[in-house]
Design a binder for this molecule. Sequence first.
Ligand SMILES: C[S@@+](CC[C@H](N)C(=O)[O-])C[C@H]1O[C@@H](n2cnc3c(N)ncnc32)[C@H](O)[C@@H]1O
Length: 645
Amino acid sequence: MAPTGRAEKAFSFMMTLGISMEEVKPVLIKLLRVYEGNWELIEDDTYRTLVDAYFDFDKDKVVEGERKPNGSGYGGQNSTGEPSLVDSDDCHLLTMDSSSKMLSLEDRKISSKNFERKNIKPSQTITEDVKPETSSQASHSTFSEVKKISNLPRGAAKDGESYPEKASSAGPRGQFENNTVKPRAKKPKLLTSTNHNGDICVKPLSTQDQVLQSNITIASSSRLEEVKISLNCDSALSGLNFSIPDLDVVMRFMDRKYLSSCKTVDPPFSTAKLLNDLCSIFLKLGLRKGSNSNQVNSHSQQHVIQGERKPFNFISDITKGSEKVKISLIDEFGSDALPKFNYIPYNTIYQSAIVSISLARISDEGCCSDCSGDCLSSSLPCACARETGGEFAYTPQGLLKEEFLKACVTMKNEPQEHHYVYCQECPLEKSKNEYMPERCKGHMVRKFIKECWRKCGCHMLCGNRLVQRGITCKLQVFLTRQGKGWGLRTLEDLPKGTFICEYVGEILTNMELYDRIMEESWNERHTYPLTLDADWGSEKGLKDEEALCLDATYNGNVGRFVNHRCYDANLIDIPVEIESPDHHYYHLAFFTNKNVSAYEELTWDYGIDFADEDHPIKAFRCSCGSTLCRDKKQKGKGKMKKPSS
Ligand SMILES: C[S@@+](CC[C@H](N)C(=O)[O-])C[C@H]1O[C@@H](n2cnc3c(N)ncnc32)[C@H](O)[C@@H]1O
């Protein structure tokens, strides 16, 4: 029996706590029985009941060993005196009731093996074997090469024409000045191995030295750890199946116990109790992990012999600590290789791109040096709101304003002739054929947001500094089921207008991108370049070094995982000016354009025109699943009308 949508969501949520489907399933079935199928009670308060029930179940199973007869377990009362939910006999029967689509116990055990660092080979870094690239090859482009560039995701299209998508720029948080990505090795093999090192993987499985590790820092006053709280594990634990649990998971259990459930206001609360609980949760999770990891080894051997099962993968933070929030990655099916790229939180110049950032270029009229505090709370909008017609684009709650969002969505979905500008010499056409470039096909005029920046007098927490403060939502990279590869989803409900993330990559000139595509076979399954062309049409004689693109193939952030959806995607990409007053360079930020529920995939419309016969080689066969899908080659698709916004 395949899990229902609600069960799937519950499993996905528990996965984020590092608990597999196999482990959750018996508890969930029990709860459903006890609550007579009332899902609300289970889903309430972000699955609090399920987590608590699982935890009690797990505790009884692992710590107490053999379950006692009815009365002391889930059928009676648990140690906290709360009614328990499952009895041991049923539990056994229910565990046998595994559906073929769910991970079996073997899956879970084997999967843990994949957490081992050895499964992700120590990578060569991007600094190895590097040679600078030249862009000179571009001038020798042939017709077939020209065709290849059409493989890129393309920008919002005008009447059936489409162009490389726009993206935006560099270090919103002011980090990229003079940061140049070291020249990339020419062989993709080298580069693609730069991906995940130990920092971002779940720790290796239980070993004696881990077991005996002590003084594990759980909190500190700052990174310097002037004052810190450490956990000290008793060496007697080495005699048990104990392995250091993932601290992130421990903290989430604590959050759940105290914060999400508002237990902090209960009379029994005390700091000492909280810290004791932290220790006991650490112990319980460690024992669970230890007992799992012991089983892993034997089963992973079985895996090799039988060659049937593949592990699933879980990485607790793909950002390597470079974002304010951790972003996990999960492959519930164990069916795909881990993504190979280097995580960077800010756009970074690859080599020749010119991105002028200087305070002198920001005029006094172009910033708000006289402001202080929060610009959004002042009675008159400051100079930084001029770009958006004298009104700030953001609400005091940190969301995009409804009217602004609506105007952007309308422009994207229903572009009019006057929404386009045309270059005299289009960099895109020039990169395809330098000597006889074709006529510019037009670039969509974009609505920009302008954020306050360093010359402004306001606070870093000013409401007009949203994108530059970085990602704050709970996000997860996951393996999609529709053959789209990896995708991005939210782990929490998000209101319309929420900032999700930027699209971050290497800043390349258009020529460099072309060279990159030509030099390499570019046979990769997925492609990640975008064109920052919002300003191309409005300037005469744009220099090559000013016609910029972003490529997240080798270096990028979580934005590189956002898949395409035709028309009714839940994200919209909006150009944001932060540190660079000219619009050669800008940031491309994703915002939700509707309310999005937890565990929904986040998608944006790449603007690809699948019907464009001039570009027979498509970037991909679209499987977005939208009833408005533009890829009419997909079976069962008729002529689709654009939605009105
Ligand atoms: C920017 S990447 C998105 C992340 C990518 N899925 C991955 O696994 O890394 C763009 C690529 O994802 C795939 N993709 C995105 N949206 C898709 C869709 N609607 N249908 C099929 N493939 C899609 C295509 O291979 C495309 O070249």
